[in-house]
Each structure stands twice: as C-alpha cells, then as structure tokens.
Design a protein around this ligand. Structure first.
Ligand SMILES: *[C@@H]1O[C@H](CO)[C@@H](O)[C@H](O)[C@H]1NC(C)=O
Ligand SMILES: *[C@@H]1O[C@H](CO)[C@@H](O)[C@H](O)[C@H]1NC(C)=O
Ligand SMILES: *[C@@H]1O[C@H](CO)[C@@H](O)[C@H](O)[C@H]1NC(C)=O
Length: 248
C-alpha cells in the first residue's frame, strides 16, 4: 500500500522522552529512505492517549547540558516531521496535549476520534511554560493568528468538535474508523505526483522551518536558561508531586 504506520509506544502516556525522540527520528529517516514508502500514519499504540507531550522528567532536576540536549532533540523531531518529504497523516486516537499536539501539527492532515474525552491543544501556559516561537508559528499557520493567540494564552484544550471548528483537525470520525479513514485519505493524497506535492509543501513550510534553523542555538539557550530558573523548577516540582499523588 506504500503506507507505513508509526504507533507510539512509550508507556504509560507516550511522553516524549529523549530516547523516544531519538528513536522516532531514526525510524522516520529509515522510512524516508525506503523507496517503497510514500506516506506515514502517526498514531498511538494505546487508544486513549495519543501522546501526553514533553517528558517533564527530562526538564526537572537535571543539568543545563541535559536541558540543551533534550531541547535540541525536540527541535529535531519537529523539523524532521514538519519538512518530511512523505505524506504524514495523524490518526489521533486519544488525548493530544502540548507535545502530542506538536506532532499532530506537523502532519499534512489530521483525523481525530470522536470521543469528547479526548482533547488537543497547546496548554503549556497553564504550567507557566511558553510554547516555543516555531511551534507558535506552526499553530498560526494551522488555525490562524487570532485563534492561535487566544488558544495559546488560555492554554486551550479543544474537544474534537471544537478542534474541527477551529481547523486544528481536518476531520472527526467515529473512534473505530480513525485508521480506515487515515488510509482512505492517504489514497487520495497518493493520486498527486510526489514531486509536485513535495515542492508545494516545501514552498508552504520552508520559511517557518528556516526561522528555527537560523536561530536554533539561541532557542536552545533560551529554553535552557528558562527551564533552569528556580521558579520554573519549583513549579515543575509542585506539578510532579501532584501527579504522584494522583497515581498513588
Ligand atoms: C524522500 O527523500 C529520500 C532521501 O532523499 C529519498 O530517498 C526518497 O525517495 C524520498 N521519498 C519520496 C516519497 O519522494
Ligand atoms: C495539559 O493537558 C493534559 C491533558 O489534560 C494534562 O495531562 C497536562 O497536565 C496539561 N499540561 C499542563 C502544563 O497543564
Ligand atoms: C531569546 O530570549 C530573548 C530574551 O527574552 C529574546 O529577545 C530572543 O528573541 C529569544 N530568542 C529566541 C531565538 O527565541
């Protein structure tokens, strides 16, 4: 079928650990170099949670060199996905906050399961964290300036119907049809010659990606010094303790 399916599997919530990010990029590169593959469906092995996003354990209680390495890997994931020459479709079969939304935003098409328990959005502001400028740009490119401005400040998580309305996802389908739908949409994208589709995609996305590429080091520096702040480390601590209590 020339379609590959990448199923996220990093229990319990598919968080984007450094290891996950590194393996993800390697797998994507392999698929891009595989002449038999033209498109990839991104989805979760575990229905209910697409991805909970960045791994707070990589951002708490570590040294600046670790934060820098981690952020570089986050940038790399985004750049590789955003500029991939394959057709990427996300089959969002669970909650998709923050970094989960990041992965979905890089795709050419987003399909979400019609389950009001699942939400999608960039909610970093709730934790006192600011989404990076390149992710903001990706958000603006997807849902427009006004909607992005409001959703980013409020840290809005959209249930499927609202995500559809704002244009954050392209289609909402019954939960058991997310994968079949992704395949039928892919078939439609495959009717377009790769060459012209890739050049068009690049034309639409290059400026946004270049904006990060030319400021990568400064962005890493900013993240590292921001996340190292006592006040941020303290709020991460409080947040992680709360998570522990919920679990225990
Ligand atoms: C994507 O790029 C890789 C590496 O340049 C190439 O080998 C592959 O054929 C390309 N895939 C498609 C679908 O054009
Ligand atoms: C974002 O939303 C998810 C899903 O509701 C939640 O688990 C996570 O704690 C939220 N993140 C922040 C920073 O509030
Ligand atoms: C880094 O932070 C400084 C100070 O807040 C800001 O002026 C600059 O634009 C930031 N650079 C990047 C690449 O985000």
């Amino acid at each position: 079928t020339r379609i590959a399916v990448m199923k996220f599997k990093n229990p319990p919530v598919n968080s984007l650990s450094l290891e996950f990010l590194t393996e993800f990029v390697i797998s994507l590169e392999k698929l891009e170099n595989d002449k038999s593959i033209r498109g990839v469906i991104l989805t979760s092995e575990r229905p209910g949670i697409f991805s909970a996003g960045l791994d707070l354990m990589e951002m708490y209680g570590r040294n600046p060199a670790h934060y820098a390495e981690y952020w570089k890997a986050v940038q790399e994931l985004w750049l590789r996905l955003y500029l991939s020459n394959l057709t990427l479709i996300s089959a969002i079969n669970g909650a998709s906050p923050a970094g989960g939304c990041l992965m979905a935003l890089t795709c050419d098409y987003r399909i979400m399961a019609d389950n009001p328990k699942y939400t999608i959005g960039l909610n970093e502001s709730l934790l006192g964290i600011v989404a990076p400028f390149w992710l903001k740009d990706n958000y603006v490119n997807t849902i427009g300036h006004r909607a992005a401005e409001r959703a980013l400040q409020l840290g809005t998580l959209f249930p499927p119907a609202e995500a559809l309305k704002v244009g954050l996802v392209d289609e909402v389908v019954p939960e058991d049809q997310v994968h079949s739908k992704a395949r039928s949409v892919m078939a439609k994208w495959f009717t377009i010659p790769d060459h012209s589709r890739q050049l068009t995609k690049s034309m639409m996305r290059k400026a946004t990606a270049d904006n990060l590429i030319k400021q990568r080091e400064a962005d890493i520096q900013n993240f590292t010094s921001f996340i190292s702040r006592d006040s941020i480390q303290k709020s991460l601590h409080v947040y992680l303790e709360k998570l522990k209590q919920k679990k225990g």
